[in-house]
Design a protein around this ligand. Structure first.
Ligand code: ACO
Length: 325
């Protein structure tokens, strides 16, 4: 049986130039490199320059992904941009990117699922492509979390960074089994009862301010471990795939302890886990495509490899995707 698959044909990313190390942070807040590395695995993160907005990071990543795919902007008829740090309340940052790319056809919109945004974006694009409504999509994760951090709160400001990553997806025919290239399965979840565990304390309707990120770290940690494991297990089971079949586990890069614990639970050896949290920090919706790009650039991630992605974030939202590269 022939079916439509959303096949990854391009991958790109972008990081702002400025590196902020733990050592530098420890000069402005009461923390230390040792504490941050031990609890999170983070050593440094990137910070967007003044005047450098989420759309700027997204645009660089999108151009890199298009060039990797060998496509022109006009070949794209759908742009989905996952972000919790849009340039403006509206219009969507996706339409700014669309305009900068010179695209006047198709549709562009933002998705807000915080750190799970990229998995939500992939899922949405996959459904649009598989139903035949669009042919080629750019799915971008882009964030400037440095703008919503309370730089006096050591419990949160040490965790996050800025960056962007993007994939080009193209509707192509597959045979309908796990040997197909493309997105094989996605699963997204949310549970709004936990929104007070991780949120931003401002917004246009409530306070008319942007607000700052607030988090109950321990509770987020506990839920992350449970939710990520359950959505990964459901995705693998529904696909008839065993953890041993996975070539690359590319998790949302929140905290090395969460990643290591999850990989251990599924018997995924360290060599099969792509980790960038040490250099990027938690870049929210951008972390998965940034990590995919690192693994592609350094030659680990190759065509036909089976890749498992997962993420969990504010809401709570969480999800996983199984992709044959
Ligand atoms: N430097 C030094 N000390 C610190 C820092 C810091 N940056 N931050 C907190 N502390 C102190 C606390 O004040 C506390 O001190 P006290 O015992 O004197 O009160 C002590 O360290 C322990 O604090 P906890 O919050 O209990 O530390 P914990 O071991 O839970 O680690 C952390 C905190 C790293 C935030 C952890 O809870 C975590 O990783 N949670 C997950 C959060 C996360 O990943 N969020 C991202 C978004 S969601 C997602 O992407 C999955």
């Amino acid at each position: 049986m022939s079916i439509i698959r959303s096949v990854v044909t391009g991958c790109g990313a972008y990081l702002p130039e400025k590196v902020l190390t733990n050592e530098e942070l420890s000069q402005t807040v009461d923390t230390s490199d040792e504490w941050i590395v031990e609890r999170t695995g983070i050593r440094e993160r990137r910070i967007a320059a003044e005047g450098e907005n989420t759309s700027d990071l997204a645009l660089h990543a999108a151009r890199n992904a298009l060039s990797d795919a060998g496509l022109e902007p006009g070949d794209i008829d759908l742009i989905i941009l996952a972000t919790a740090t849009p340039d403006l309340t509206f219009p969507a940052t996706a339409v700014t990117v669309q305009a900068e790319l010179g695209i006047t056809d198709g549709a562009a919109f933002d998705i807000q699922a915080v750190c799970t945004g990229f998995v939500y974006g992939l899922t949405t694009a996959d459904n649009f492509l598989r139903c035949g409504q669009h042919k080629r999509a750019l799915v971008i994760g882009a964030e400037t979390f440095s703008r919503i951090l309370d730089w006096e709160d050591r419990g949160t400001c040490v965790l996050f960074g800025d960056g962007a990553g993007a994939l080009v997806l193209e509707a192509q025919e597959g045979v309908g089994d796990n040997s197909d290239r493309g997105i094989l399965r996605t699963r997204i979840r949310s549970d709004g009862r936990y929104q007070d565990k991780l949120y931003v304390d401002g917004g246009p309707s409530s306070t008319q301010t942007t607000g700052y990120l607030r988090m109950e770290g321990r509770d987020v940690f506990k839920h992350a471990v449970t939710n990520i494991a359950s959505v990964m297990a459901e995705t693998l089971e529904a696909s008839g795939v065993e953890p041993k079949d996975i070539d690359w586990f590319v998790p949302h890069q929140a905290n090395k302890r969460i990643l290591d614990g999850t990989a251990r639970k599924f018997g995924l050896s360290n060599e099969r886990v792509v980790i960038t949290v040490d250099r990027h920090g938690n870049t929210s919706a951008a972390s998965i495509p940034l990590a995919l790009n690192v693994a592609k650039q350094d030659g680990r991630l190759k065509r036909d490899d089976l890749v498992l992605l997962e993420a969990m974030g504010g809401g709570f939202t969480w999800g996983a995707a199984l992709v044959r590269w």
